[in-house]
Write a protein that binds this ligand. Structure first.
Ligand code: GLN
Length: 187
């Protein structure tokens, strides 16, 4: 088994570290030819969604990646990655991959709260460390989207079939349980 990590920008190395700690090999997707590598799942890391979206298009990786996801490739997205998957970005006409039935608002937490750390329940798994860094908010979900986590009434993680997306970063510490959930439930 091998997990591909989109490595154009953002915190892809932290995701790789988590999978390595579970003895799961990873490969990096940096250019179009990397898409021919043999991988079973995809990670879309946090970072800056506008930069990642532009690079995906400039490097001509966009269509191939989108059709792999549409065809059932398991994908786990955090923060900016969630914005890439969203079908709608509120107050913005941009849509990136648009494969996931959610509407998101970028940088939705006020200035004072723009970054914070908490613990919460994810898919029934308790005390998961969750770092929010200029996080988006998931404001609407289409039917068929399951809510897996919430923080103070705001949706923070969803799953729709082969797509798992969250607005926080589970990859910044040493807790591997969300990666384990992804491997166990979605691959
Ligand atoms: N604010 C970033 C964006 O809009 C996301 C931040 C993150 O990934 N930590 O893309």
């Amino acid at each position: 088994m091998q997990i591909a990590v989109l490595a154009l920008q953002g915190d892809f190395a932290e995701h790789e570290k988590i999978f390595h700690s579970l003895n799961i090999p990873t490969c990096q997707l940096r250019q179009k030819s990397d898409l021919t590598k043999d991988f079973d799942a995809l990670i879309l890391p946090g970072g800056e969604s506008t930069v990642q979206g532009k690079l995906l298009r400039d490097l001509d990786m966009f269509d191939a990646l989108r059709s792999r996801i549409m065809n059932g490739l398991p994908v786990m997205a955090t923060c900016a990655g969630t914005i890439l998957l969203a079908r709608q970005i509120l107050d913005d006409t941009t849509v990136h991959l648009g494969t996931l039935g959610i509407s998101v608002r970028r940088n939705a937490y006020g200035r004072q709260l723009s970054s914070f750390h908490t613990k919460g329940t994810f898919a029934g798994i308790k005390d998961i460390p969750m770092s929010f860094i200029r996080a988006p908010q998931i404001e609407f979900c289409l039917p068929g989207t399951e809510v897996l986590a919430e923080h103070e009434g705001r949706i923070t993680a969803v799953r729709q079939g082969n797509q798992l997306a969250m607005t926080f970063h589970p990859e910044l510490g040493v807790d591997c349980r969300i990666a384990e959930y992804f491997l166990k439930e979605m691959l």
